[in-house]
Design a protein around this ligand. Structure first.
Ligand SMILES: [Zn+2]
Length: 265
C-alpha cells in the first residue's frame, strides 16, 4: 500500500513541480504531431498525411521493437527508421525496451536509454535523438530529474496545453485516438492554443482504417492536420524546443547590462 500511495503522490506532485522550466510564448500557438512506438502505419499513412501538407512529425521509437508484430500492426523496421529520417521527420527516444520509467531505478533507465541512443547512432551515422517520450506515459519525480538534463524535452501523456511556464522534463500532450475521437473538442483545443500562444502536442500510435485502441484512422488524423496546419505553426518537437531556446537566449541578451564603454581611444 505504501508503495502504491507513494507512486500516486509522486505522480500528483509531479504535475506541479517543474524540473526543466521553459517559458512558452508563441504568438498564434504551435502544434506538434507525434507517434509513439512507431507502428509502420504511423509513417506509411500518418507520415504521408503530414507530408501532403508539407509538415513533419516526431516518431518516438524503442528500437528493440524493430520488426516485431503487435496489436497495432507491424512495427517499424530499419528501413522505416531511415525513411522517416530521410524524409525530414524527427526520431525521438522511447527507451530501448519500452521501459516503465516510473518503476525502474534511474541508473537502469539511463542504461536502457543509452542502448537506444547507441542503436540510433549505429543506424543513422551518429544520429543522437534529443526528444524523449515516457513509455506508457509513466513518470516519476526521480525519472524526470534523471532525464531532465539528458534530453532537450521529455513528453508524457498528461492531457493539456503547454503554456506559461511549462516543464520540458514533462510536456503535456493530447491523444488522437479513434475510440475517443471528438473532432469538435480537438479543434477547440487548437483554437485555445492559438489564443493563449501555447504549444499543443498531439500523439497517437497506428494510423489505419481499422486502428487499434491506441491509434486513429487516416481520416481523423488528416482532419486534425488540416485544421492545425491552416491556423498555426506545425513543427516537430525538437524544432519547437530549438526556437524556444533561441527566443529565451535573445531575451537574456536584451536584459543583460550594457558592456562598459572602453577607456582610452
Ligand atoms: Zn510507447
Amino acid at each position: 500500500m505504501r508503495g502504491s500511495l507513494s507512486t500516486r503522490l509522486t505522480r500528483t506532485v509531479g504535475r506541479f513541480v517543474r524540473s526543466q522550466p521553459a517559458r512558452i510564448d508563441w504568438p498564434g500557438g504551435v502544434v506538434s504531431f507525434s507517434f509513439d512506438d512507431f507502428p509502420r502505419s504511423a509513417l506509411t499513412e500518418g507520415g504521408a498525411i503530414l507530408e501532403k501538407y508539407r509538415l513533419r512529425g516526431t516518431y518516438y521509437a524503442a528500437l528493440s521493437l524493430a520488426g516485431q508484430d503487435s496489436d497495432m500492426g507491424p512495427m517499424f523496421d530499419i528501413e522505416d527508421i531511415r525513411a522517416a529520417h530521410d524524409r525530414g521527420h524527427e526520431l525521438g527516444c522511447h527507451t530501448y525496451s519500452h521501459l516503465d520509467c516510473s518503476r525502474t531505478r534511474s541508473a537502469a533507465v539511463l542504461a536502457d536509454i543509452s542502448d537506444n541512443t547507441a542503436a540510433f547512432s549505429a543506424l543513422l551515422d551518429g544520429f543522437v535523438p534529443v526528444s524523449f517520450a515516457f513509455p506508457f506515459g509513466a513518470v516519476s519525480l526521480g525519472a524526470r530529474r534523471a532525464l531532465a538534463g539528458r534530453f532537450a524535452s521529455c513528453r508524457g501523456i498528461a492531457a493539456g496545453i503547454n503554456s506559461g511556464t511549462a516543464d520540458l522534463a514533462h510536456l503535456f500532450s493530447k491523444q488522437v485516438y479513434d475510440r475517443s475521437f471528438d473532432e469538435a473538442e480537438l479543434c477547440r483545443l487548437v483554437d485555445r492554443n492559438y489564443r493563449i500562444g501555447g504549444w499543443l502536442i498531439f500523439f497517437t500510435h497506428d494510423v489505419a482504417a481499422v486502428p487499434s485502441r491506441y491509434g486513429c484512422t487516416p481520416d481523423q488524423l488528416e482532419r486534425m492536420v488540416a485544421y492545425a496546419g491552416e491556423r498555426c505553426d506545425v513543427l516537430p518537437v525538437s524544432e519547437v524546443v530549438g526556437r524556444l531556446r533561441r527566443a529565451q537566449a535573445g531575451l537574456r541578451r536584451q536584459r543583460s547590462p550594457l558592456s562598459p564603454m572602453p577607456l582610452g581611444i
